[in-house]
Write a protein that binds this ligand. Structure first.
Ligand code: ADP
Ligand code: MG
Length: 365
């Protein structure tokens, strides 16, 4: 069964939220794993996750808890996925990229550059006996199409399956990473391309999923076949509800496509974490390109971390609630009405019952 860590992260109030709503926030910390949330319409809720990162938490805390163990395993040939989920403006890209991938002080560095540092730390501590080759591909999924961020002419990459590499993106550019500084230059180049592509297509970055795919090939010696690991970091498109965006025309189609793929992701993670269901062992990877690409990084002997990014402002409480419910469902924990218990905290999310919970799942997942 797949192994998933689910965390929540609250960013500080934005200046706009402060201006319009003052300093009030809709969450109350209980401890490092549990908090309560107040929504004016739906009431009070209590959530427990593997870890909660509050407004004052540092980028390094997120990396150390959520990503470092997965990086270590990827170096040993265990596939992994790290996903940021949440409404637009909730802190997904900040968590993933930091402020600026090249010009970022140590404190603000995001997961991507820390993951790269982690790879090279592990390489230098592994000694001479194993040779590692790390490669990076960057793609974006927009309106159901996969685009190569290292080569914008490859704008409809097909997904295939191979015996040696598992799920692969056919013809995607793979850039070998030689050292951390050079790796960041490459990443930055891909990010610049993303901006160019988005301008060409008149699309905002929050309307597409960005995927950073690291492959780690080990070469032991001529006789022993080395292991192959894959680590995919995913900065998802904004999860805001369709009706709230008031979208029409193309924006409406974009939102529908996004909701469908996020829903497919929720279903896959849920099926993986709850084991056999009424549908047997079927895991619906093929329901979206996103889940198909993530298939072997999510399933089998793999590790997944989901970071649910949220605003702490009362003005965003409904979206925050929906994001947290996605996290709860990913962990596949049944909603338990107001039960307070100390047993197995890590496996429990307490959600007060709400008549709209099922509808809300349907809408947001
Ligand atoms: P998203 O990618 O979810 O749409 P962003 O990561 O772009 O959202 O965050 C929106 C804004 O909030 C950005 O200006 C970002 O720098 C800021 N921000 C997000 N999270 C934090 C945080 N933990 N600490 C400080 N600023 C943050
Ligand atoms: Mg973003």
């Amino acid at each position: 069964m797949s192994n998933i860590t689910v965390c929540a992260r609250f960013r500080p109030l934005s200046s706009r939220e402060r201006r319009d709503y003052g300093d009030s926030i809709c969450i109350q910390r209980i401890d490092d794993e549990t908090f309560s949330l107040k929504d004016e319409k739906e009431g009070d809720f209590k959530f427990t996750f593997d870890r909660v990162f509050y407004e004052t938490s540092e980028q390094v805390d997120v990396y150390t808890f959520l990503a470092r163990p997965i990086v270590r395993d990827a170096m040993k040939g265990i596939n992994g996925t790290i996903i940021t989920y949440g409404q637009t403006g909730a802190g997904k890209t900040y968590s993933m990229e930091g402020v600026n991938i090249l010009d970022c002080d140590e404190q603000k560095k995001g997961l991507l550059s820390r993951v790269i540092d982690g790879f090279f730390e592990d390489i230098s501590s592994s000694g001479e006996s194993i040779k590692y080759t790390i490669k990076l591909s960057m793609v974006e999924i927009y309106m159901g199409k996969v685009r190569d961020l290292f080569d914008l002419s490859k704008d409809n990459i097909q997904i295939k399956e191979s015996k040696s590499e598992g799920i692969l993106l056919y013809g995607v550019t793979k850039i070998p990473l030689l050292d951390p500084a050079e790796a960041l230059q490459k990443l930055s180049h891909g990010l610049d391309n993303r901006a160019v592509g988005e301008t060409q297509m008149n699309m905002g970055s929050s309307r597409s999923h960005s995927l950073y795919i690291f492959t780690i090939q080990q070469e032991m010696n001529k006789d022993i076949r080395g292991k192959y690991g894959k680590l995919i970091l995913v900065d998802l498109a904004g999860s805001e509800k369709l009706e709230k965006t008031g979208a029409e025309g193309r924006a409406f189609e974009e939102a529908k496509t996004i909701n469908k793929s996020l829903s497919a992701l929720g279903n896959v993670v849920c099926a993986l974490t709850c084991g056999p269901t009424g549908r047997g062992n079927h895991i619906p990877y093929r329901d979206s390109k996103l889940t198909r690409i993530l298939q072997d990084a999510l399933g089998g002997n793999s590790r997944t971390a989901l970071l649910c990014c949220c605003s702490p402002s009362p003005s965003n409480a409904a979206e925050t609630l929906s994001t947290l419910r996605f996290g709860a469902r990913a962990k596949h924990i049944k909603a338990s009405p107001n039960i307070e218990s100390n047993e197995d905290k890590h496996a429990k999310v307490l959600i007060a019952p709400s008549p709209t919970e099922d509808d809300s799942r349907d809408r947001t997942l």
